[in-house]
Design a protein around this ligand. Structure first.
Ligand code: BG6
Length: 505
């Protein structure tokens, strides 16, 4: 039973600002499939806890954790507490911890067995009655991709998703493994849930700096004039990681970075960057603008991929002063695997705003640093009148992860040497205590705000753009470059930019 006294600081439905409007999260049941898994432990429990601490969870709130392990409610609570102590952004507050844990109940379930959903239904209904919660149900599928369809089907067949309130389904990536499987998955899900009820998580869309992209130009006219597209030479999007394949070879050696990072996270970053909106627009309009960007993304034919795309795979090396093994020696990776752990590409957006401004994107594992950033490089008409090593192009840098920061790179003359030296001017100093991506996304899903989720039409267009590249990779129509772990990636990726007289930043 929830200790109501500990929850009195929350109103019945907590009013929260959303744009200019104020909306309420209604009382709901959060059904978490995969409650014993890694994502729940590292991200979902801490996210719910931080929402609880900041008063954003409605006071009538029930979480049913579904898993295959034989756990009691009490053991489940102890695992949640452990997760909060290890991963919560905010310190655990002992006086209200029990009230938070009491929101959770555990349900042992074989998700492939339709008959056992009856038990889950009873648990949900009992809690709804006990806490006076209307039949608003949010189903979160944090499970292996092959279980998503069967769960959606069983939710439907067992009647769990036929509620008198609202129902929503949150699904994690990967959403399919290519265009065909994604279309099939979507078709199957749409038999149980309507498109407006399906929330496809792309956690990059939950990163605060990415969410800022939609309003950056609108909210900062000065930045808007700086980002006058006539002055931009190119845009570079980097998502560099120091980690390797870790324990995920079974998935990663088949997916590659093209499916793991590019089809979803990087293309979402391209869309969000190219929005460049001088006005404040609604969720639906943002979705439409993102689609316009994808529709204008020049396709790369598989036979031509070698001209614009670089794929790579790491060899042994040293990352952050620690020796690490080659991808081919990682446990679970196939002998002679041709899987890509690095991807770089030159993109063109053929619309009036971006014509003639290339986008370069790159991502890779076992690189020299962990950094996700977007860099706008400004044109440099003076570059021929000064020594090349003395004056660098101006850059506007948006650091997304792990630091959040906006800075401008300028050339400042040093009076002592009479030479120009590059200097970074930082614009942001107070971005600490930012919410985690999952915190923002869970909150939005509970509120029914789908702005920062991947809509099916975006996902489908992304797969359409990626499909020829998947085929080029499968048929070895372009070389697989190697790079030492701890480096910035294959030399071929540097050459790609050099051929346009640019460098990566
Ligand atoms: C996940 C990928 O979606 O994103 C991982 O599956 C990757 O391979 C991770 O490491 C990177 O996320 P972040 O937030 O650390 O940049």
């Amino acid at each position: 039973m929830i200790n109501e006294n500990l929850l009195t600081h929350f109103s019945e439905t907590d009013a929260v600002p959303e744009g200019n409007k104020r909306r309420n999260i209604q009382a709901l049941t959060f059904v978490l499939f995969g409650a014993t898994g890694d994502l729940a432990k590292r991200k979902l429990f801490p996210a719910l806890y931080n929402l609880f601490l900041t008063g954003k969870i409605p006071s009538s709130f029930s979480v049913i954790g579904v898993g295959r392990r034989e756990w009691s409610h009490e053991f489940f609570h102890s695992k949640i507490e452990e997760s909060l102590r290890n991963y919560s952004r905010k310190d655990v507050q002992n006086d209200s911890l029990q009230a938070f844990l009491n929101l959770f109940q555990y349900c042992l379930l074989d998700v492939t067995d339709q008959a056992s959903y009856k038990h889950l239904n009873t648990l949900i209904e009992n809690r709804e009655k006990e806490l006076g919660i209307p039949e608003n149900r949010l189903f979160y599928l944090s499970v292996a991709p092959n279980l998503v369809e069967v769960i959606a089907e069983n939710l439907h067949a067992s009647g769990l998703n036929q509620t008198k309130g609202w129902r929503r389904l949150i699904v994690e990536k990967p959403f399919g493994t290519d265009l065909k499987t994604a279309q099939q998955l979507n078709k199957n899900l749409s038999e149980a849930f309507d498109e407006v009820e399906i929330y496809r998580i792309d956690h990059y869309l939950g990163k605060p700096m990415v969410q800022n992209l939609a309003s950056l130009v609108f909210a900062n006219p000065a930045l808007g004039s700086l980002l006058d597209l006539k002055q931009i030479a190119n845009v570079q999007i980097t998502a560099s990681e120091t980690v390797g394949v870790e324990t995920r070879a079974a998935y990663y050696d088949n997916a590659g970075t093209i499916r793991d990072m590019v089809q979803n996270h990087l293309l979402q970053l391209v869309m969000m960057t190219a929005l460049h909106l001088p006005e404040n627009i609604s969720t639906d309009e943002i979705n439409l603008k993102k689609l316009e960007v994808l529709e204008s993304l020049r396709p790369i034919a598989k036979e031509e991929a070698y001209k614009d795309v670089i794929r790579g795979q790491y060899r042994d090396g040293e990352v952050l002063n620690t020796p690490v093994i080659s991808y081919l020696d990682e446990p679970g990776v196939a002998e002679n695997s041709m899987n890509d752990t690095y991807f770089a590409a030159r993109l063109h957006i053929d619309n009036p705003a971006w014509t003639g401004i290339p986008f370069y994107i790159r991502t890779g594992k076992r690189l020299d640093q962990k950094s996700t950033r977007i860099v706008f490089e400004f044109k440099n008409p003076k570059r021929n009148s000064l020594p090349a090593d003395e004056i660098v192009p101006n850059l506007l840098v948006l650091e997304i992860n792990p630091n959040e920061d906006i800075s401008l790179k300028l050339n400042i003359k040093s009076p002592s040497s009479e030479r120009f030296k590059p200097a970074y001017i930082n614009f942001t100093t107070n971005l600490d205590d930012q919410s985690d991506a999952y915190e923002l996304l869970l909150f939005d899903a509970m509120l029914g705000n789908a702005t920062f989720f991947a809509h099916w039409n975006e996902v489908e267009l992304s797969w359409k753009w990626i499909q020829p590249l998947l085929e080029a990779f499968e048929n070895d129509l372009l070389p697989l470059h190697t790079y030492p772990a701890g480096s910035t990636g294959p030399k071929a990726a540097d050459d790609l930019l050099k051929s346009d007289s640019f460098n990566w930043w």
